[in-house]
Design a protein around this ligand. Structure first.
Ligand code: CA
Ligand code: CA
Length: 185
């Protein structure tokens, strides 16, 4: 028997507004760090927010609390690699696999997954730098832009259910985000 729609919606809502997530990373000998400014819906993300990184199998590869510096909010999150000496446990990043970033907002309990202007949630470029900032993620003037809308339409960037001129403004707010393969001037 299919569960009733209301039960499904309750499940969705409770997962969107859950308690503090049980995100636990496992430090290993290999690691690389993502350094960036962090915005949420075009404003600086709250410095109390917690950022976590996940490998494609949803293993938590790193966690960090954001912090304020001047007027801006920053992250410095270390992503750990899988430890080959523990074959039964996947602690995190393997080879060149991509990662996803999730932001937990303590003020309202929201968990927000990062997605790019094209709706893609996967980020590439992790490598073992022994904890140093990762190439492509080492610009303290770069911005990781999170959007709290969960619209399934990638072009409905402000999540109001319409694809309209307003979405262009959201897109333009992401314009300064550096591409990992390019240098910024
Ligand atoms: Ca392992
Ligand atoms: Ca892994």
């Amino acid at each position: 028997m299919k569960p009733p729609l209301t039960a499904f919606l309750l499940l969705v809502c409770s997962s969107l507004f859950a308690q503090a997530p049980d995100w636990q990373d496992t430090p290993t000998p290999s690691s690389g760090t993502v350094v960036s400014q962090v915005s949420l819906d075009g404003l600086w993300a709250p410095p109390s927010a917690i950022l976590a990184a996940f490998d494609p199998q949803d293993h938590c590869a790193g966690t960090a609390t954001l912090f304020a510096e001047g007027a801006a909010t920053y992250c410095a999150i270390t992503l750990y690699g899988d430890d080959a000496t523990t074959p039964d446990i996947d602690e995190g990043m393997n080879g060149s696999e991509p990662f996803t970033l999730k932001l937990y907002i303590p003020e309202n309990g929201q968990v927000i997954t990062w997605f790019g202007p094209d709706g893609n949630t996967q980020l590439y470029g992790w490598t073992n730098t022994n904890g140093a900032p990762l190439p492509g993620y080492n610009d303290p003037n770069g911005v990781l832009a999170f959007h709290s809308n969960t619209s399934s339409c990638a072009t409905d960037l402000d999540g109001d259910g319409l694809v309209a001129v307003q979405d262009l403004l959201v897109l333009l707010s992401d314009f300064g985000l550096p591409c990992s393969s390019l240098t910024t001037d």
